[in-house]
Ligand binder design. Structure first.
Ligand code: PSU
Ligand code: MN
Length: 302
C-alpha cells in the first residue's frame, strides 16, 4: 500500500481548502551544493508562506511519499549521498524497495496531482538537450507536462538545453507555455533567450483564470509559467554562454550520460562561474515561489 505522509501544515491546508504550492527536492539533493541547498529549501518554504500559501516540499523517504518534509528530513535530503534522483521512471522501484529519493519536476508533478495540489514552483525544468540527434536525451519533465495537470512555475529552461526544440516538443504535446510579464522565453540565468513565448500574461489572476478554464475544458496537460529572473540577479549572457559551452565540452569528454547530465552541468557551471551562477539560481527560485503562491491563492478565490 502507498503510504503518503503529510506535514501538519499541509494537512490543515487540505482540510481548509487553502492554497498549497508544491516544491521539488531534486534541486536540494542534486541541484545545489550543501549548505546552500538547505538554506534555499527553507527560504523557499518561507517565501511561499509569506505570500499567502502553504509549502509542500515533496520527496520519498524510506518508501513513504512525503508531502511537506520535516526539518530533519530536509537536512537528510540536503546532506546524504544515498538520496536517489527520482523521475517518473524510478518512482515505483524506489517506493516498492523502501528507498529514499529526491523528486524531479516530473516526479513532483505526479505526486502533486495524486494529492490534489495544482501549483508547483521550481527553478528550471528539464528539456530537450543539445545534440539530441545523437543522444535522444529529452527530459521526462516534458512528457510529464504533456500528461499531468499541474501548473509549473519556473524561470524558463536553461540554455544548456536546446530551447527551440524544447518549445516545439511542448507545442506538439499541447502544453501552454506562458511568459509572465514577458514576450521572450526566459533562459533561467538570463531574462531572455531571443525566442518568443506563445502567450504573455501579466497577472497571477489572469494565469489562474486560464488554469480554471483549462480544467473546465478537461484539458489534462500541465501548464508552464516562465518567470524571468530579476534584473538584479540575471547573468551576463555572453559570460553564461561561454560557461555553458565549456561545461558541455567537459561533459562530452567525460562521456557523462542519462540522469547524471543535468546535475553535472549545474555543478560545473557553478564551478566555472566561481559560485556566481548559484547566487542567481537561488534568487530565481525565490522569485518563482512567490509567483506560484500568488497564482495558487488566486486559483482558490475563483
Ligand atoms: N534544473 C535546475 N536545477 C535542477 C534541475 C533542473 O536548474 O535541480 C532538476 C529538476 O529536478 C529537473 C531535473 O526536473 O533536474 C531534470 O533532470 P533530467 O534532465 O535528468 O530529466
Ligand atoms: Mn536526460
Amino acid at each position: 500500500m502507498l503510504n503518503i505522509i503529510y506535514s501538519q501544515e499541509v494537512k490543515i491546508a487540505i482540510e481548509n481548502n487553502l492554497p498549497i504550492v508544491a516544491l521539488e527536492s531534486t534541486i536540494i539533493s542534486h541541484g545545489m551544493p550543501y549548505p546552500t541547498n538547505l538554506e534555499v529549501a527553507k527560504n523557499c518554504e518561507q517565501i511561499v508562506r509569506n505570500n499567502g500559501a502553504i509549502p509542500a516540499t515533496i520527496a520519498i523517504i524510506n518508501g513513504d511519499i512525503i508531502v511537506g518534509v520535516t526539518d530533519e528530513q530536509l537536512e537528510y535530503l540536503a546532506t546524504s549521498k544515498e538520496i536517489l534522483k527520482v523521475s517518473r521512471r524510478d518512482m515505483a522501484y524506489v517506493i516498492a524497495n523502501k528507498l529514499s529519493g529526491a523528486t524531479t519536476v516530473a516526479a513532483t508533478m505526479m505526486i502533486a496531482k495524486l494529492t490534489g495540489i495544482d501549483v508547483f514552483a521550481t527553478g528550471g525544468i528539464g528539456g530537450v538537450h543539445r545534440g539530441v540527434e545523437d543522444t535522444w536525451d529529452i527530459s521526462a519533465d516534458l512528457e510529464e507536462l504533456a500528461i499531468t495537470d499541474v501548473c509549473v512555475v519556473c524561470a524558463g529552461a536553461k540554455a544548456i538545453l536546446d530551447l527551440p526544440k524544447t518549445l516545439e516538443y511542448l507545442e506538439t504535446k499541447g502544453v501552454l507555455v506562458v511568459g509572465y510579464q514577458t514576450n521572450d522565453l526566459p533562459a533561467f540565468f538570463t531574462r531572455t533567450s531571443g525566442i518568443e513565448v506563445p502567450v504573455r500574461i501579466d497577472t497571477p489572476l489572469e494565469i489562474a483564470k486560464v488554469l480554471k478554464t483549462k480544467k473546465e475544458l478537461k484539458i489534462n496537460n500541465g501548464m508552464l509559467v516562465t518567470n524571468p529572473i530579476d534584473e538584479k540577479y540575471s547573468f551576463d549572457k555572453i559570460k553564461m554562454d561561454e560557461a555553458i559551452l565549456k561545461a558541455l565540452k567537459e561533459m562530452n569528454d567525460l562521456k557523462i550520460k542519462g540522469k547524471e547530465v543535468t546535475p553535472y552541468l549545474l555543478s560545473k557551471i557553478n564551478h566555472i562561474t566561481k559560485g556566481e551562477s548559484l547566487e542567481s539560481n537561488k534568487h530565481l527560485v525565490y522569485n518563482n515561489c512567490k509567483l506560484a503562491a500568488m497564482i495558487a491563492k488566486e486559483l482558490k478565490r475563483l
